[in-house]
Design a protein around this ligand. Structure first.
Ligand code: TRP
Ligand code: ZN
Length: 886
């Protein structure tokens, strides 16, 4: 908790450490009512610092009860050191020395889930970013890298499995029913990568032979009841290891790689060296209990954490301002993996939809920050969409500009040059430059300037000269602390479509010959024109193909042009994008009608376009499903100047009903054909079947709007008979949102009864209800908080119920009386004392107050002020609330 004015940490104040730690030897004695931690630190003066008088040594430490402290075997007394709430300071007397400390900590009372804590019956750790200081006194900063030996001792019956980083070294029994194990991690690492696990765990085992022929043992540890849900994660791990060898030339380095699943975890997973700790939701998956989306999430997170072994662990961050160095790059790497394992176009569509809905909103709000932030109060608040997803887009743009081969040369150089080091974003970019002889100095503004650039494009066709000119104007709105911005380097991939839909050859003025039919132009100035020559007919431009830069593109397409692009664009992403833009236009018109109190009437061209799509059986089913999905209410909110929640909801629901009505026949046919396949084939988690089920399920969600008896019957059949969670949960969700109250209540009860012992499935059950836009949403959520399966102590439960309500149920959360806001603020205040990281993340929807009408703005701000005045705030919540009100 905050006791004084919070300190702001600035990147510009970075200083290299005064001392280094070469070896760390830890001993943990785990007990039910306390844990004793002994640390021996073999230290020396940082040789990069000037010689001469030795400065004091300031170790980090929080909530530690110091039992003993020694310097080079000399026991220190009270006058020899100073202790504050988060430091311990002492005076070294030689260049090299050894510190021995013993502290008592209380994992059994740790509800913040940071440091050493208990999740159910097991002990586990989460040290990133600054959790290690809650375990022992240490230089808890990523540029201090040490080898670790760790001995864990615990009661053998309760905790038969004792794990830490690296390779197992020795183990033994004591005569009092306790046992111990020692692990050794030879790779120097920062403390944030430390991990320890103790529990009654079972594991599935496998092995992987690396490219150079070394055999690596693979183990996934889970609580015994989950042993049947690990195969998908294990398969994903092996595919990840192979992919990183093939695509990046990266091999695994230890003899063993372990994953442990825990139920209480603040994020998705953590890349601790050799011992990844995962939220159970990111490991466990099998047909009966996890949806297709959950299977794909497991595959992506397993890959992400595994890829960190190189992008994060072998080469780590100098300081936390460089967080995107490992996170942006690793998200980029896992996206490439998922694209290769499934459909690249669908993966890109999902990523872009997510970025534009949530990262763009963050970039336009009070917490907006650059990919490399300049300052922070609480680093936990900077594990953001900007650092992760926009950071990945920035890396992707480097690849677009350098080409795939050039990018690989750059990453090879980066890993080789910086292996074993703690480095910066500049080092990453420098490696890319050096390997390619490129100059990325202007490009680096993507790391330092916040906000989403706008890119307005206009065209000019000269039929006589056969030239076609595109003019690009870029600008970027002000963000906190950055009133004006310099031009970015914006890679724009584009093509020019002829009247028959084909791509024209692209020759720019001054070029000897055409260079392909889809190419990347780099827009580097505030205003810049490109003139194409030999353009025999007026073309239709396809701009920003594959979403080649994270910008808001503006080009005045009319609806017929968008329909043409939807059908003919050679870029799959842009075909989808044309459909989205068409839908945005049509929905915008409906929003206007609703606001003026007019009867709603929808542009039939959208229906025609979707009908053509559904009629074409040769199209990829996953693409058809994506194209049938209207832009979400959250995305429409982001696009609006002032979001009218009720009008957006009404417009979108009206459009969905019109689609259901007009396209009932083809939807019904597609539904039945795919449901028949589902009935006839046992569940398989492959891209082909993900695609088929996606189409089947979106068809069902439209069809149920018809309220026809035969559809209800089909839905109930799917709910009862499906052999997998993807079909069952969709059936449940559409029932929950339907007017069939009796069937809905019965399905909810049956589902809960059947899955009451599976917390991850119960999370889905909570989410489906929390997201329902039917009136009375807040009352339902309040009621569900009393359900025996709900607890505020478990972050997955908080996200599933409260998070889903505030983020996905916009009409209910934004109810005009402010009751949704008051409810959320109450939960934030309660959680602030229990788990500051979760409290602070839960707050995000309230920080978006500028998007809404004056009445709602006042209500939202009032709740932020109430939180601010509620007492001792964690630095996490304090930072977000105070910046939101600034
Ligand atoms: N480095 C983790 C990742 O792979 C992020 C993470 C896991 C984290 N747990 C955390 C960050 C707790 C902050 C706090 O992305
Ligand atoms: Zn990560």
């Amino acid at each position: 908790m905050r006791t004084e004015q919070p300190k702001v940490i600035h990147l510009k104040d970075y200083q290299a450490p005064e001392y280094l730690i070469d070896e760390t030897h830890l001993t943990f004695e785990l007990h039910e009512d306390r844990t004793l931690v002994h640390a021996q630190l073999v230290m020396r003066r940082n040789p990069q610092q000037p010689a001469g008088k030795l400065p004091p040594l300031e170790l980090h430490g929080q909530e530690l009860e110091l039992i003993s402290l020694a310097l080079d075997d000399r026991e220190l007394g009270l006058g020899d050191y100073q202790v504050s709430a988060d430091t311990l300071t002492l005076q070294p007397t030689a260049e090299r020395f050894v510190i021995d400390s013993s502290v008592v900590i209380h994992p059994e009372r740790n509800t913040a889930l940071e440091g050493l804590y208990k999740s159910g019956k097991m002990f586990c750790t989460q040290c990133e970013a600054e959790g290690f200081r809650k375990i022992t006194y240490y230089l808890d900063r990523p540029d201090v890298m040490s080898t670790f030996t760790t001995t864990v001792s615990a009661d053998k019956q309760r905790y038969p499995i004792l794990l830490s980083n690296g390779n197992p070294l020795a183990s033994g029994e004591e005569d009092d029913g306790r046992h111990w194990a020692t692990w050794e991690d030879p790779f120097r690492k920062p403390a944030y990568l430390f991990a320890l696990v103790a529990g009654d765990l079972w594991c599935v085992e496998d092995s992987f032979t690396t490219l150079s022929g070394r055999e690596v043992a693979l183990r996934i540890y889970v609580e015994p009841e989950n042993i049947d849900k690990c195969q998908h994660a294990m398969d994903s791990l092996k595919r990840s290891m192979k992919w990183d060898e093939e695509v990046y030339g990266r091999e695994y380095d230890l003899d063993i790689f372990m994953i442990v699943a825990v139920n209480d975890f603040n994020m998705g997973a953590m890349e601790n060296k050799g011992l990844n700790i995962f939220n159970s939701s990111a490991v466990l998956a099998r047909a009966e209990t996890a949806t297709d989306a959950a299977h794909q999430r497991v595959e992506a997170i397993v890959a992400h954490e595994y890829f960190h072994n190189w992008s994060g662990n072998r080469v780590t961050c100098r300081d936390w301002f460089q967080l995107s160095l490992k996170e942006g790059f690793t998200v980029f790497r896992d996206a490439g993996f998922s694209a290769d394992m499934n459909s690249p176009t669908v993966k890109r569509i999902e990523d872009v939809a997510y970025l534009r809905t949530y990262q763009f909103a963050e970039d336009a709000g009070p917490m907006a920050h650059s990919v490399r932030p300049e300052s922070f109060i609480e680093i936990s608040n900077f594990y953001t969409l900007t650092v992760y997803e926009k950071g990945a887009e920035v890396v992707r743009m480097i690849q677009t500009l350098l080409g795939k081969d050039g990018f690989r040369k750059g990453s090879d150089l980066y890993f080789e040059r910086h292996d074993g080091q703690a480095v910066t974003v500049d080092d990453f970019v420098k490696a890319m430059e050096d390997a390619n002889g490129a100059d990325l100095s202007q490009f680096k503004r993507w790391y330092s300037q916040a906000g989403t650039p706008r890119l307005a494009v206009s065209e000019e066709y000269d039929a006589a000269a056969q030239t076609y000119r595109l003019t690009f104007r870029q600008s970027c709105p002000p963000t906190p602390g950055q009133p004006s911005k310099q031009p970015f380097v914006i890679p724009v991939e584009l093509g020019l479509l002829a009247a028959d839909g084909s791509d024209l050859p692209l020759r720019l003025e001054g070029e000897a010959a055409a260079q392909g039919r889809s190419r990347v132009l780099a827009v580097t100035e505030a205003e810049q024109s490109f003139t194409f020559v030999d353009v025999a007919e007026r073309p239709l431009p396809s701009l920003l193909r594959g979403f080649s830069a994270p910008v808001k593109l503006e080009f005045a397409y009319d609806r017929d042009q968008l329909m043409f692009l939807m059908q003919h664009d050679s870029d799959g992403f842009n075909r989808w994008e044309a459909g989205q833009q068409l839908s945005v236009q049509v929905l915008g018109e409906l929003v206007g009608q609703h606001q003026r109190g007019e009867a709603l009437a929808m542009d039939e061209r959208l229906l025609a376009a979707l009908r053509t799509l559904l009629g074409n059986e040769s199209l990829d089913a996953a693409m058809v499903a994506e194209m049938l999905s209207l832009p979400s209410e959250a995305y429409l909110t982001e696009l609006a100047e002032v979001a009218d929640v009720d009008a957006i909801h009404a417009a979108r629901e009206f459009a969905r009903r019109r689609i259901a009505e007009a396209l009932f026949e083809p939807l019904w046919q597609r539904y039945q054909a795919n449901r028949a396949v589902s009935r006839a084939t046992p569940y398989v988690a492959t891209a082909e079947h993900f695609a088929r089920r996606a189409l089947q399920n979106i068809a069902l969600s439209y069809l149920m709007l018809s309220e026809k008896a035969e559809v209800l019957e089909a839905c109930l059949e799917q709910f009862d008979q499906a052999d997998n969670m993807t079909e069952r949960l969709t059936a449940l969700a559409v029932l929950v949102n339907s007017p069939f109250a009796a069937e809905r209540d019965q399905a909810l009860a049956a589902f809960a009864e059947h899955f009451k012992d599976n917390p991850l499935v119960m999370d889905q059950w909570f989410s489906v209800q929390a997201g329902s836009p039917l009136p009375g949403g807040l009352e339902r959520v309040r009621h569900l908080m009393n359900h025996p399966a709900f607890t505020l102590k478990n972050p997955n439960k908080v996200r599933a119920l409260i998070g889903a309500f505030a983020n996905q149920n916009l009409v209910n959360f934004h109810r005009a009386d402010g009751s949704g806001y008051r409810f959320l603020a109450d939960q934030v205040i309660t959680l602030n004392a229990m788990n500051p990281q979760i409290a602070s993340r839960l707050l995000a929807p309230l920080t978006r107050w500028r998007k809404y009408d004056a009445a709602r703005q006042a209500l939202m701000k009032h709740e932020l002020e109430r939180i601010l005045a509620s007492g001792e705030l964690s630095s996490d919540v304090y930072e977000v609330v105070s910046k939101s009100l600034a």
